[in-house]
Design a binder for this molecule. Structure first.
Ligand SMILES: Cc1cc2nc3c(=O)[nH]c(=O)nc-3n(C[C@H](O)[C@H](O)[C@H](O)COP(=O)(O)O)c2cc1C
Length: 192
């Protein structure tokens, strides 16, 4: 893969919150991306993260309905028709003394990119109902849910735009989801 192709992949891998309905995702597909996450960097190589794969319709619906989607879009709530097809839930195994949150960011990126290559869109969801996960999946007390990742086929266009007044995402007049990203010269604060 060339650098420009990788850059395009990253640019096109955006948080997606409106998904096509009636799309089935096989657990095996999600297992394959978790197998990529399995070999990513981990602080002190402790590997405290564990995963749940959720593809059963009722369970997916339950998780999707209880997440908080797009807090900046006050006029929009996700309808049942826009819900994802599956979830990956990232868990911190508290019996392993690692750096779960940092590892989780690394794993999230690998999973989102892997899903994109497979033709799926995704959304990280820190707002996933963690207590609900514990109950629904009868989690052992050492397993703490830390992040949901909704997965499906996108039914919206997401564009990177320049930052104007703030970094809040918004929908434009054509209903594109616009994500302002700071310019390179705003984030590189020194070259020494
Ligand atoms: C750790 C993390 C947690 C997030 N949690 C939520 C969430 O609970 N609900 C939501 O709608 N979006 C959530 N997002 C998505 C962010 O809003 C999104 O990354 C941001 O708007 C930038 O869009 P982009 O991912 O396309 O660059 C989360 C993103 C990250 C990285």
């Amino acid at each position: 893969m060339q650098f420009d192709e990788f850059k395009d992949l990253v640019k096109n891998t955006r948080t997606t919150r409106r998904f096509k309905k009636d799309i089935k995702i096989e657990p095996k597909e999600l297992e394959e991306v978790i197998d990529i996450a399995r070999v990513t960097s981990s602080a002190m190589n402790k590997q405290p993260l564990k995963y749940l794969i959720v593809t059963k319709e009722e369970l997916v619906k339950n998780l999707a309905t209880t997440c908080k989607w797009a807090s900046h879009l006050t006029q929009w709530t996700q309808s049942e028709d826009e819900q994802p097809s599956a979830f990956i839930v990232v868990l911190n195994d508290k019996s392993i003394d690692g750096f779960a949150m940092v590892d989780c960011g690394i794993t999230l990126n690998s999973i989102m990119l892997g899903l994109k290559i497979k033709g799926y869109a995704s959304s990280p969801l820190a707002s996933i109902d963690k207590e609900l996960c514990k109950t629904l999946f009868s989690l052992e007390s050492n397993l703490e849910p830390i992040l949901g990742i909704a997965v499906g086929i996108e039914d919206e266009t997401v564009k990177i735009v320049e930052v104007q007044e703030d970094t809040n995402y918004y929908r434009d007049e054509d209903d594109n989801h616009c994500v302002p990203k700071r310019d390179l010269n705003q984030i590189i604060v020194g070259k020494f």
